[in-house]
Design a protein around this ligand. Structure first.
Ligand SMILES: C[S@@+](CC[C@H](N)C(=O)[O-])C[C@H]1O[C@@H](n2cnc3c(N)ncnc32)[C@H](O)[C@@H]1O
Length: 227
């Protein structure tokens, strides 16, 4: 059954009709993800932060292509991206999901517990950068990383992780077009997040260790493959 309700609030620069059409021709969410999507929109603050149907299927698609052993999800929120990224993991794979907000972690924990991946997902509550430092000592290398926490710290996350990303491994960062503000000269001069996201995009593009691909999906996803 194709649903015609679009739960996530869209970033404004993609024609809503195009988003609707794309959703209607994309594999549906599982029951659990649809329930998580609904619950987040009815009971949790700032539901527009949730990845949502289309972006979630994109994350799952990439994960199935990579079949990762070690996955890092930076910015758990209610657990939507973690559950999508877990779908393509190897049987013995492990996914680590980080957030500094105990309330959303509590919600995410409930949904993760009801999923098929409960034994493979580890949740770390605390500052993302500190959790990354801890995990870097435990995990031999990263195969797949999704960055979706503090936008002003994307470059810090990148520098902390790039040496641990295996050759051929994929890192993706959400919201890098910042609802189109990335092209707004005033925002680039005055808004710190816009400025730092622009610097992040330029830094990745210029880094010879990676191949970059900025996808104008939803709010913009910077994808990079370690060479
Ligand atoms: C956009 S939401 C993540 C959405 C989620 N990835 C999804 O697809 O549904 C960003 C999350 O990052 C968390 N966050 C923000 N700054 C953080 C930080 N410095 N350390 C850890 N988590 C942080 C917020 O609490 C929030 O839950």
């Amino acid at each position: 059954m194709k649903k015609n309700i679009v739960y996530f609030a869209r970033m404004d620069f993609i024609d809503p009709k195009i988003v609707d059409y794309s959703e209607q021709h994309t594999q549906e969410e599982s029951h659990l993800l649809a329930e998580l999507n609904r619950y987040t929109h009815t009971s949790v603050l700032k539901p527009r932060m949730l990845s949502g149907h289309l972006q979630g299927r994109f994350l799952s698609f990439i994960s199935h292509m990579i079949q990762p052993m070690h996955v890092l999800d930076i910015g758990t929120y209610t657990g939507y991206s973690a559950l999508c990224l877990a779908e393509g993991m190897k049987k013995e794979g492990r996914l680590y999901t980080l957030d500094n907000n105990e309330e959303v972690m509590y919600t995410a924990a409930g949904f993760i517990k009801s999923s098929a991946y409960s034994k493979q997902i580890e949740m770390l509550t605390g500052e993302a950068l500190e959790s990354i430092q801890l995990l870097n000592q435990r995990v031999p290398q990263w195969d797949l990383i999704w960055m979706d926490a503090e936008k002003s710290q994307y470059s810090d996350y990148y520098h902390a992780l790039i040496d641990k990303l295996r050759p051929g491994g994929i890192m993706m960062a959400d919201n890098v077009l910042w609802s189109g503000k990335i092209l707004d000269q005033k925002a680039l001069e005055k808004d710190e997040d816009t400025k730092l996201l622009d610097a992040f995009n330029k830094m990745v593009y210029q880094d010879k260790r990676v191949e970059s691909l900025l996808m104008p999906i939803r709010d913009g996803i910077m994808m990079l493959r370690k060479l």
